[in-house]
Design a protein around this ligand. Structure first.
Ligand code: GDP
Ligand code: MG
Length: 369
């Protein structure tokens, strides 16, 4: 329900907070100035001072962030797939992400500089693919733990000389739990001891039966080192994306997920966000967890300043009040609302922390007794 602090209520009523506290004490309630009281108590208190209280419904923060209502099907446009690379340590995730990025950059804009912002986009057949570039799959699991779904297709990297390993199985389980289709990149095929057939057998044992074995798992032989098979891999990702019929409405306020964040010495809090629906514009106000931002500037994965970012686009955002947490969902709202939401959440967090401290203090007292 709705609540208000003694301080805010006193301000609204143009009376001293101390007088409200005194009156509540007479009514048998011990409160402090920053304590929240419920609407009912506030109404009784206000009446005592000759006011009438009208309770306006609180914005339902959680529902703002929850699954959005059905978007008009006619407004939905195809969007690029968002891809996460997973797999066992040393099987070549980082090398593959580098190879994909470099192959593509040299193909489209010779000598172009890419900057690391935690995600990037490449083009294949005039279509875009977004790769989440955060190290390892910890980020992916962290985001999943927060309920964020930021992956449409998982590329499972398996080294052809090593085969299915514990973290390979883990990655398969994560992708399955998230209901994300898997494309296998059979990496290091350049190695003399590469044994693709053995790996395919191991994949089949995990329920990933390769297409050439009569199953429906796409397995693409690649060498991240020699930059072989990269184009095939991109092609296959697009094929899977087509089946998914990924769509979004670019003509609405943006929502998405914080991919990475940090405090930059010169620029202040910086976050890479992935727009998942709508379009993010410079000047927009967004709320992400306890933080909010008025988007001051946006920088794309090529280091260029951009004024807007549509569905599936990763951009660096400047203008956050404080560093938001990776994995948090964000949503663009009216500025006043953004501040209020952020304040409310912060107050709630502080209250929880205070309660935790009070509990510890109390336990301490008990212990001493
Ligand atoms: P990650 O831990 O999965 O990110 O793996 P890395 O990308 O760091 O690669 C681990 C090691 O395997 C590095 O020494 C890479 O140079 C090597 N490597 C990666 N891909 C290939 C490949 O296609 N062929 C060969 N021969 N080595 C590779
Ligand atoms: Mg790595």
């Amino acid at each position: 329900g709705e609540t208000i602090t003694i301080k805010d209520l006193a301000e609204k009523m143009h009376v001293k907070a101390a007088d409200l506290i005194k009156r509540l004490m007479m009514l048998g309630m011990l409160v402090t100035i920053n304590q929240e009281i419920d609407a009912e108590t506030a109404a009784i208190l206000a009446q005592e001072f000759g006011y009438e209280v009208e309770v306006k419904p609180e914005f339902d923060i959680e529902s703002l962030l929850a699954e959005e209502p059905e978007t008009d099907p006619a407004a939905l446009k195809p969007r690029p797939p968002i891809v996460t690379v997973m797999g066992h340590v040393d099987h070549g995730k980082t090398s593959l992400l580098d190879a994909i990025r470099k192959t593509n950059v040299t193909a489209t804009e010779a000598g172009g500089i890419t900057q690391h912002i935690g995600a990037y986009q490449v083009e294949k057949n005039n279509r875009k693919i977004t790769f989440i570039d955060t190290p390892g799959h910890e980020a992916f699991t962290a985001m999943r733990a927060r309920g964020a779904k930021v992956t449409d297709v998982a590329v499972l990297v398996v080294a052809a000389d090593d085969g299915v390993m514990p973290q390979t199985v883990e990655a398969i389980n994560h992708a399955r739990a998230a209901n994300v289709p898997i494309v296998v990149a059979l990496n290091k095929i350049d190695k003399p001891n590469a044994n693709p057939d053995r790996v395919k057998k191991e994949l089949a044992d995990q329920g990933l039966v390769p297409e050439d074995w009569g199953g429906d798992t796409i397995v693409v032989p690649v060498s991240a080192l020699k930059k072989q098979g990269i184009e095939d891999l991109l092609e296959m990702i697009l094929l899977v994306a087509d089946i998914l019929e990924l769509k979004a409405n670019p003509d609405r306020p943006a929502r998405g997920t914080i991919i990475e964040s940090r405090l930059d010495k010169g620029r202040g809090p910086v976050a890479t966000v992935l727009v998942q629906n709508g379009t993010l514009n410079v000047g927009d106000t967004l709320v992400a967890g306890q933080q909010f931002a008025r988007v001051r500037a946006m920088i794309d994965d090529r280091g260029r300043r951009v004024s807007e970012a549509g569905p599936s686009t990763p951009v660096e955002v400047l203008g956050f009040s404080e560093v938001p947490e990776a994995g948090e969902a964000f949503v663009v709202v009216e500025e006043r609302l953004a501040r209020q939401i952020a304040q409310k959440r912060l107050a709630k967090k502080r209250e929880e922390e205070a309660r935790a401290r009070a509990k510890i203090a109390l336990e301490d007292v008990y212990r001493r007794i």
